[in-house]
Design a protein around this ligand. Structure first.
Ligand SMILES: Nc1ncnc2c1ncn2[C@@H]1O[C@H](COP(=O)(O)OP(=O)(O)O)[C@@H](O)[C@H]1O
Ligand SMILES: [Mg+2]
Length: 317
């Protein structure tokens, strides 16, 4: 199952991605956390100390990633011809979650109990050369080639606000959690996202965050209605963790406030109840690729699509 956390900057995407990934890992479930935000803070939230990236960022190795994933797919002539939306076909290398392959070996490092992959900062040298979305292309390619099994989780901390729609990445998830503070701004990002989500049949659930009382909760209920799945309260535990005064490791979450722990269970139940439909997932990937094909003159991108191929458990063998 793949989930993304989206929402306004500062709403708590990174905090909730980290808590949710730790919650899953503590239960023994296979989980991979991915930092897909422009400001890379997920490693820190998971307890990584020091400024250096935990592992080589995906964004800095896109060409190698493309070469690896295209394998012997005859429809993709070169790494240059492969773009972030190029879907897998016969001959492509499909991935299993945390599999024993070059990509995971190079790009995944554990922080505490949680294996983490990062896209990399958008730095000065990128200005005018690349846009952040091309860096995020690494995550899109990864998810397009991943055949995750039942009971496995990918948790992506996404870029803020409506930026998340600039690529097809937002269609790669079984469920998208929209983190909303009980404020008008927090809720307005929800409305934008909801409208995009409807257009593409994307499942979203709103998670209220930093709720401080009944009034906050009422506000969210009024503004969000049935899309409000659950909420986390404003948490002294989170603050203490941010001050570096919270123990790491599997037991640390035991001291999280019971109401917030309960909310994490609700998130997990919602993910587990989401349908995982390989054919639809792939159809969206192809749709986005064709959009690119129409807007990019020159390259014959449409011919990269293998008409009878769907990446799914059967195609792994
Ligand atoms: N439930 C919570 N209780 C207390 N503080 C929180 C909570 N959720 C987030 N925060 C704090 O809010 C700030 C922004 O959170 P962050 O996860 O970095 O937001 P985002 O990733 O959406 O920009 C951080 O200082 C974080 O510690
Ligand atoms: Mg963040």
């Amino acid at each position: 199952m793949r989930v993304a956390f989206v929402g306004k900057g500062g709403s708590g995407k990174t905090t909730l991605s980290s808590l949710f990934a730790r919650h899953l890992a503590a239960s023994g479930a296979p989980v991979l956390a991915i930092d897909g935000d422009i400001n890379q803070h997920l490693a820190e939230a998971l307890g990584h100390e020091g400024g250096s990236p935990v592992a080589p960022p995906l964004g800095a190795h896109l060409n190698d990633i493309k070469d690896y994933l295209r394998g012997t797919n005859p429809r993709i002539a070169s790494r240059e011809a492969m773009i972030k939306t190029t879907p897998p076909g016969t001959g492509s290398r499909l991935l299993t979650l945390l599999g024993d392959d070059d990509l995971h070996t190079r790009h995944v490092r554990r922080v505490g109990d949680v294996p983490l992959m990062v896209t990399g900062e958008f730095d000065e040298s990128d200005l005018g050369v690349a846009c952040y979305h091309s860096k995020l292309g690494g995550v899109e390619l990864y998810l397009n080639h991943l055949v995750d099994g039942p009971g496995e989780y990918v948790v992506v901390d996404m870029t803020a606000g409506a930026d998340a729609f600039a690529s097809g990445l937002f269609t790669r998830f079984d469920l998208t959690f929209l983190v909303a503070e009980p404020t008008r701004k927090g809720v307005s990002v929800y409305r934008q996202y909801r409208d995009h989500a409807r257009e593409f049949g994307i499942r979203i659930a709103v998670v209220g965050n930093k709720v401080t009382g009944e009034d906050d909760l009422l506000f969210l209920k009024e503004e969000v209605g049935d899309d409000l799945l659950t909420h986390l309260d404003h948490s002294p535990w989170v603050r203490t963790a941010e001050q570096g005064r919270q123990p790491d490791g599997a037991q640390a979450l035991d001291s999280l406030e019971p109401a917030n722990r309960h909310a994490l269970n609700v998130l997990r139940a919602a993910v587990d109840a989401s349908p995982h439909d390989w054919a639809t997932l792939h159809r969206h990937a192809v749709e986005f690729h064709l959009r690119n094909a129409r807007s990019w003159a020159g390259e014959d991108l449409a011919s990269q699509i293998d008409p009878d191929f769907v990446p799914d458990p059967a195609s792994l063998s």
